[in-house]
Write a protein that binds this ligand. Sequence first.
Ligand code: CA
Ligand code: CA
Length: 392
Amino acid sequence: MNNKLTQKIFGSVLVFLMAPVLINAERGGGRKIVVFSGALNEQAKDELISKHGGVKFKDLSLVNGSAVWLPDKASEKAIEEHPGVLRIDDDVEVFALASGKNNNEATILAQTLPWGIDRIDAELVWPSGNTADLIKIGIIDTGISKDHSDLTANIKGGINTINPAKSWNDDNGHGSHVAGIVAALNNTIGVIGTGPAVDLYAIKVLNRNGSGFLSDIIEGIQWASANNIKIANMSLGTTSNVQSFHDAIITAYNNGMVMVAAAGNNGGAVNFPAAYPEVIAVSATDINNNIASFSSRGPEVDLAAPGVSILSTYKGNNYATLSGTSMASPHVAGTAALVISAPVGTYDANFNGQWDPAEVKQKLQDTAVDLGTTGFDNLFGWGLVNAFAAVQ
Ligand code: CA
Ligand code: CA
């Protein structure tokens, strides 16, 4: 048996041995987010965690917290009872929101306009010179394929919050697909994105299986906020409502970041973070403007966008057709970039001369194409996003 194979086998064994410990509710502990009150300095926080057998693996300054490993319920209780601690949240799992993957990964020789980009009339915006050039969009996802010929010129940077020593390159495909819907290049090959000159930032928070932990996502939002990312697309979600997640979103929102998220793919209630009021929640439609059966629904849905059989860029230098609210969200994020590239005009509710998140959301809602029941409804929100109307 060679070394690589030995490693592989031992790696798998380790995962299986550790899993029961992680999910053992009786034993408690595991991955947690400890949120502090502000009374403790950094050293005191770290000492408190280690004193009770915990190990810190991440600073989450955005929520005044630390991501930690705790050995058991007793250590959790001891830390929670300290006056300098506000609360301990679960570091829940969060998932990429694509379903019905088509395995037909292909290369495309002649550039084609995907039906979703056509449907939202993005291609009617570009001739005016608005291609969302220089607008920074963070793709909080599985990474972005760094060598993709239809993306690479638009990728300006990134981070891997799962392992900061490693690349943000996409090892799943989902993040590259989302990135292509936002900003695939207008060249002679492949597809075109909603804002073909957007500055893309690859914020890798999900692993090769398309799942990740909340602490990695909060760190991704933290990085985006610190790097003045104007728009964040989150084609991911969880059914768990965790206070730290909402706190991170609120802080980023107050810093001026426009956040767009996939509503969810379980056909039920809207997932988090989409369900938070500071986030633009997007449901998915098909080529006939019907709601996708898998699309989550409810009063938190803000807008609808194409999300069934969407062709876009994929990992490596490939293309793939995917379905999911994951695909709907980036149509809206890209449209938000086109909106921000146009003058704020009468939408400048707080008279600061720039687009703030609530103003962008208002413009997108006012200019959406109403579908379903007249006016707002739980399936389509305010309607199907329309880029051309949104930039007028
Ligand atoms: Ca292209
Ligand atoms: Ca404003």
